[in-house]
Design a protein. Structure first.
Length: 367
C-alpha cells in the first residue's frame, strides 16, 4: 500500500469543495480516504463550533460519494478538526488516503497510516486514567493496522478527544459520579493531557507505574514527543491516527519528527528538515517547500511565563486565551522556516513535549 496526502484550502469552515474536487477530478477515490484533518478559523476553545461545522460539511459532502448516510461518514473516515488559525496561519484540510502501490523498495521505509478509536467515554472518565489507557489501546490497534511493528518507527499520533460541558458534568452528577473538573475550559487541557499520556504509554515513553489521574495535568515532567491531542465538543470518544514509516509500505513519502524545547526553537525545526534530506540555509526555497505535504505541530505557552529568561504575557492576557497566542507564535516561526502558512499548528500541548515547547512532524516526498 501507499499513503497519499493532499493539502487543500478552505474558504470558510463549511467549505468542503477542495476535498470533493479531489474525488470528482479522479485524484483520490472516496473509499480510499482514511483520515481528514481540518484547521479551522474558530477560537479553538469550548465554544468553537467551527469544528462541528466543518465536520458536518465534510459528512454531507462525502456521504453520496461513499453511498452512505451523512451520520455514518465519521465511522468510515477519521476526521480531526482543530480550531484556531491565529496570526498568519491559513485554514486548510489535510486529506490522507491509501492506494495500491508498487512493491516496497528493499531497505527503504515509506509513510504508513493507521486509524482507530476508543469506545465512547463517560464524562467522569475524561481527563483521567481510563481515558489514557483507552487511548493507549487505540494507538496499539492503529499501529497494527498501519503495519508498524516498532514504536521507534512512529513519528506522529494525532488524537481528537472530547471535553466536558455543563450538560455532561450534570449527567455524571446525576449518576452519583464526579468529573475531573467542573471547569469546562480546564477539561480541554485534562482531556488532551490524558490522551497524550496514553500515547506516551503505548510508545514506551513513560511507564505504566507513573500513569495515574493525579499526574494528568500536573506532572509536567511526563510527556510524549510524538503526541498531538486536540479537544472538541463534537465527540465523546478518542479518534486516533498514527503516522510512521514502514518497510511494508511503498511510495516516496516519509515522515520525521522532533521536539521544540520552546516556542522559538528553530533548530528543532531545521533538524527535522535535515532528517528529510532538505538543504537548510534560511527559509526553504520554493521548489524545496513544494516537496512538503504537511507540517504538524503543537504549541503551548510555558507555565513559567518565561521564554529563555524573558517574560511573556500569554498566560496573563484576559482578552486572548494563552493557547491562541502560542499558536500564532509557533505558526510564525514555522512559516518563516518553511515559507508557507498552511500549517497544522494545534494549541494546548499538555504532556505533549516539554513545558512551553511541543512536538513537530513533517511529511515530505523524497528528493
Amino acid at each position: 500500500m501507499e499513503c497519499v496526502v493532499h493539502r487543500v484550502p478552505m474558504r470558510h469552515p463549511g467549505d468542503a469543495s477542495g476535498v470533493t474536487r479531489l474525488i470528482d477530478d479522479g485524484l483520490l477515490a472516496a473509499g480510499d480516504i482514511v483520515a481528514i484533518f481540518g484547521k479551522t478559523e474558530g477560537n479553538g476553545c469550548v465554544n468553537d463550533f467551527t469544528r462541528g461545522y466543518a465536520l458536518a460539511a465534510l459528512s454531507t459532502a462525502l456521504a453520496p460519494r461513499l453511498a452512505i448516510a451523512p451520520e455514518a461518514v465519521a465511522e468510515r473516515v477519521a476526521m480531526v478538526m482543530s480550531g484556531g488559525t491565529e496570526g498568519g496561519l491559513s485554514p486548510h484540510f489535510l486529506v490522507f488516503g491509501t492506494r495500491a502501490g508498487a512493491a516496497p523498495r528493499p531497505g527503504h521505509k515509506a509513510l504508513a497510516i493507521g486509524a482507530a478509536r476508543t469506545e465512547p467515554l463517560r464524562p467522569e472518565e475524561i481527563g483521567r486514567t481510563p481515558q489514557a489507557l483507552a487511548t493507549a489501546a487505540a494507538v496499539r490497534a492503529a499501529m497494527e493496522r498501519a503495519a508498524i511493528a516498532e514504536a521507534a518507527d512512529v513519528h506522529w499520533v494525532q488524537v481528537k478527544c472530547p471535553l466536558l460541558t455543563s450538560e455532561r458534568i450534570a449527567e455524571a452528577e446525576a449518576r452519583g459520579d464526579r468529573t475531573a473538573t467542573a471547569d469546562t475550559y480546564a477539561s480541554m487541557g485534562l482531556s488532551r493531557g490524558a490522551a497524550a499520556l496514553g500515547v506516551a504509554l503505548a510508545l514506551g515513553e513513560i511507564d505504566r507505574a507513573v500513569l495515574n489521574s493525579a499526574a494528568i495535568g500536573h506532572d509536567i515532567g511526563l510527556w510524549s514527543g510524538r503526541a498531538s491531542a486536540s479537544a472538541g465538543i463534537e465527540l465523546m470518544h478518542n479518534e486516533v491516527v498514527v503516522f510512521g514509516n514502514s518497510a511494508l509500505w511503498s511510495g516516496d513519502r516519509v515522515i520525521a519528527h522532533g521536539v521544540m524545547r520552546d516556542a522559538i526553537d528553530l533548530p528543532a525545526v531545521t533538524g527535522v528538515l535535515r532528517d528529510l534530506d532538505f538543504s537548510v540555509a534560511g527559509q526553504l526555497e520554493e521548489a524545496d517547500a513544494a516537496r512538503i505535504d504537511a507540517v504538524l505541530a503543537k504549541a503551548e505557552a510555558s507555565r513559567s511565563g518565561m521564554i529563555r529568561g524573558a517574560r511573556h504575557i500569554m498566560g496573563d492576557d484576559s482578552d486572548i486565551q494563552a493557547s491562541r497566542h502560542a499558536r500564532a507564535l509557533v505558526g510564525g516561526v514555522l512559516a518563516a522556516a518553511i515559507g508557507r502558512t498552511d500549517l497544522f499548528v494545534s494549541g494546548g500541548a499538555e504532556h505533549q513535549g516539554p513545558d512551553g515547547g511541543g512536538p513537530i512532524a513533517v511529511i515530505a516526498r523524497r528528493p
